[in-house]
Design a protein around this ligand. Structure first.
Ligand SMILES: Cc1ncc(COP(=O)(O)O)c(C=O)c1O
Length: 390
């Protein structure tokens, strides 16, 4: 599929003439094939998984496991290593609580993280360590856990796990990679990365909300205690105790988001039909186009303006005299969707950037230079309008 044809695959643009959607780090729009898949499940074979012995239930289970296989292939994992969750936040909480409960990490683990983490991958570790985390590598500490985001949801900054792993005191650490902002933009291979965990959300990769993925190395998942317990994840239950099902059911207590998981498989088909070479090339070109245009506006400060360093298509900035929320609201009046706020990274905003809020533009494969032209034109008007009022 060519980049030009991609926008036509998204019914939301047909139904909202003139919509300029630049808030893709929050959630992406859904292509027709994902929406059709949801409708197919509910109108043709809706049943619970792994229970019914009748044909439509067998079909649902088959489709559900096919989706798991598709996700496994997508990131080069084994299907047993793929747990369906409700999203990145669910996955990060599961990992932290389960590692702590299983005694795989010490009661007071040494955790290395960064100031740019999304709250989803930070707060579970803040709670477990009672706030004692390192934000910079300390050569005198042997780390148990490294928690990091592959692509920042604020600046688009890319962190390469292979570089991180060169640090000597991380040899025995468990690596938890937040791929929420990477998975729709960059080819990820868990074997090549040699990461212990990788987590992401379906809704940021053209799939439905309510479905997410937790990849974990099989040997670790086998040692871990499930965080949630209930139906669908047991082997045997007595009055006193219970044993757990094999992977991957072990961590999927209760009825999972079945149709959403199956439709996530369709989202992967969509991504594969374009290919990461095309996606990255297009988004990199657009990022350059956007940053160059933003740089021409004197009243704004971009947080990661460098173009000679790889960064994904997420660009945040502040206006020196207009509040981020005023800008976003003004742009919204022109049907241009951007995000204003701290983007669930209060530490980054307060302590590093020293601002309460920024404006974030986040790109996806369906965005065009025309979208950016419209953004820039309205942004200039917003700054002019609010500057006059001041
Ligand atoms: C880097 C990063 N991690 C985690 C999350 C949380 O994702 P979700 O809300 O889908 O659980 C987000 C969402 O914006 C994110 O950008």
């Amino acid at each position: 599929m060519s980049i030009k044809e991609i926008k036509k695959e998204f019914p939301i643009f047909e139904n909202n003439s003139g919509l300029v959607f630049l808030d893709n780090a929050s959630t992406t729009q859904k292509p027709k094939q994902v929406i059709d898949k949801l409708i197919e499940v509910y109108t043709h074979y809706n049943s619970n998984v792994h229970r019914g012995l009748y044909p439509i239930a067998e079909k649902t289970s088959l489709e559900y496991e096919n989706a798991r296989q598709k996700i496994a292939t997508f990131i080069n994992a084994n299907p047993k290593e793929i747990t369906f969750t409700s999203g990145t936040t669910d996955s990060t909480n599961l990992i932290a609580e389960s590692l702590a409960r299983s005694g795989i990490i010490p009661a007071e683990p040494k955790v290395l993280t960064t100031e740019q983490e999304h709250h989803a991958n930070f707060l579970p570790w803040q709670r477990i360590t009672k706030g004692k985390l390192d934000y910079n590598y300390n050569p005198n500490t042997q780390y148990d856990v490294v928690v990091y985001t592959i692509i920042s949801n604020v600046t688009g900054t890319y962190t390469d796990i292979k570089e991180l792993k060169k640090q000597p005191n991380l040899k025995n650490a468990i690596f938890i990679a937040d791929a929420a902002q990477a998975v729709a933009h960059k080819k990820l291979d868990v074997k090549d990365m040699d990461t212990d965990f990788l987590v992401f959300s379906g809704h940021k990769m053209f799939g439905p909300t309510g479905i997410g993925v937790l990849y974990g190395k099989q040997e670790l998942l086998e040692k871990m205690e499930p965080f949630k317990v209930g139906g669908g994840m047991i082997s045997e239950v007595t009055k006193e105790s219970a044993t757990w099902a094999e992977l991957p059911e072990k961590f999927e207590a209760g009825t999972p988001p079945i149709a959403d998981a199956i439709a996530l498989g369709a989202a992967i088909n969509f991504i594969n039909s374009i290919g990461f070479d095309e996606i990255e090339k297009h988004e990199q070109n657009l990022r350059k186009y956007l940053v160059n245009k933003l740089k021409q506006i004197p009243q704004i400060k971009i947080f990661h303006p460098k173009l000679n360093e790889y960064a994904a298509g997420v660009v945040s900035f502040v206006s020196l005299n207009v509040h981020a929320h005023d800008i976003a609201q003004f742009l919204g009046d022109f049907n241009i969707c951007v995000r204003a706020g701290h983007h669930c990274t209060q530490i980054l905003h307060k302590e590093v950037f020293q601002v309460p809020a920024s404006v974030r533009i986040s790109l996806s494969v369906y965005n065009t230079e025309e979208d950016i032209n419209q953004l820039i034109e309205s942004l200039k008007k917003a700054i002019e309008y609010f500057s006059k009022k001041d």
